[in-house]
Write a protein that binds this ligand. Structure first.
Ligand SMILES: Cc1ncc(COP(=O)(O)O)c(C=O)c1O
Length: 375
């Protein structure tokens, strides 16, 4: 295993439990960014072919991460919202079509679908607070359902969805299955093919420990050329290196969704971050993430005044652990959040409570110290 203390030289007085918002960069990522800045300062893009090699390797790493058939299934975008918009405005909607989603989605995975209302498309929200959240989603499916969209792990409660069960149903009924995987990629193992995903989107800056402004977009080979294109430029064409050609066709690969120059700084950073996941292996990363979530949940359950909001059944949670303090109202939780942040316990105020999100490298021993601020 890589030397984690070396990779994560976090400030001594900091307990960083906020990977569900913005993660920490490993040392190698910071080094890659510094080296790229230095190179740009000294020689500009003299070695551009080397940058293109990094870009190709990044696509290969992302293929591995989501278990795509080929790196041709991966596009590099700016963020999750952009990927979801490509799907929403790439499909040919008919008035009366509907989309099935949940009532716990982050706004990125709601607003874009709501924007289709002008085309007569209905967005259906399943209440997933019950015992069988997937059944609640599947009950809303009817013969007019064209797309199902869900977060692999819900941003506020941390509830993890059974993507395979949803994907199998979508496949059988020929419904487009769209997964916002931002809260699980980098924390859990993922297999886009096994869950029958048609599209998977996630930014680099949370569990994948990369920078903001770069995201991966997986599209299944079946859907790649069926999504109508709405962004155009020199890069999304088949012969993107031939600037004299007047005829063009969209690239066969998912590069067709990349209209112009890439965020090369982000490419270098993301490439470095992913090398750490490759070295450790996603099986081991997942084991360690769940071990840390378990430790926090056990500590929460030991305090009578705290109530766990994250479902703690195996398979129902990932790295997010959210809880309420029974003696506090909304304003009390907001004040508690401010106190935690002032004590350098970095977390988030979500679902009316406190959200902790440790990562595989987090020091479990530090967790015991956070409760003194809370109880
Ligand atoms: C489930 C989910 N989707 C999307 C995002 C962010 O989306 P974007 O990349 O559009 O900023 C977040 C950020 O918190 C999130 O939790």
């Amino acid at each position: 295993m890589s030397d984690l203390k070396h990779e994560f030289p976090l400030d001594k007085n900091l307990t960083y439990l906020n990977h569900a918002a913005v993660g920490v960069w490993p040392r190698r990522t910071a080094d890659a960014v510094k080296a790229f800045a230095e190179e740009n300062m000294r020689q500009g893009a003299t070695d551009y072919p080397k940058w293109m090699k990094v870009e190709r390797e990044l696509r290969g790493r992302l293929k591995w991460l989501v278990n795509a058939q080929s790196s041709d299934d991966i596009a590099l975008l700016k963020n999750t919202s952009e990927g979801l918009s490509i799907v929403a405005y790439g499909l040919d909607w008919q008035a009366g079509d509907n989309i099935v989603s949940t009532d716990q989605e982050f706004p990125s995975n709601r607003i874009v679908w709501e924007s289709l209302k002008s085309k007569g498309v209905e967005l259906r929200f399943a209440d997933i607070s019950g015992d069988d959240p997937e059944a609640a989603m599947l009950e809303l499916v009817d013969e007019h359902t064209r797309l199902m969209t869900v977060s692999s792990v819900q941003f506020a409660t941390g509830m993890r969805m059974d993507l395979k069960r949803l994907g199998e149903c979508c496949k059988e009924k020929k419904i487009f299955f769209c997964v916002d995987a931002i809260q699980s990629l980098g924390a859990l193992q993922f297999d886009a093919q096994a869950i029958h995903a048609d599209a998977v989107v996630a930014d680099a800056h949370k569990w994948l420990l990369g920078p903001e402004g770069i995201a991966l977009f997986y599209v299944s080979p079946e859907w790649r050329d069926r999504l109508k294109l709405n962004q155009f430029g020199w890069r999304m064409v088949e012969q993107s290196g031939d600037f004299d050609a007047l005829d063009w066709k969209p690239a066969k690969s998912a590069q067709r969704f990349e209209p112009g120059s890439l965020n090369m700084l982000g490419v270098h950073a993301f490439h470095a971050s992913l090398s750490l996941f490759e070295e450790i292996g996603m099986h081991e990363v997942e084991r360690r993430v769940l071990e840390r979530a378990d430790a926090l949940m056990t500590q929460i359950s030991a305090h009578a005044d705290l109530e766990l909001l994250t479902p703690n059944q195996p398979g129902r949670y990932a790295g997010i652990v959210t809880f309420w303090h029974k003696q506090l109202d909304h304003a009390g939780h907001a004040a508690l959040y401010q106190r935690l942040m002032a004590s350098r316990i970095i977390c988030a105020h979500r679902a009316g409570g406190i959200r902790f999100a440790p990562h595989f490298y987090s020091n479990i021993e530090q967790f015991e110290n956070v409760w003194a601020e809370i109880i």
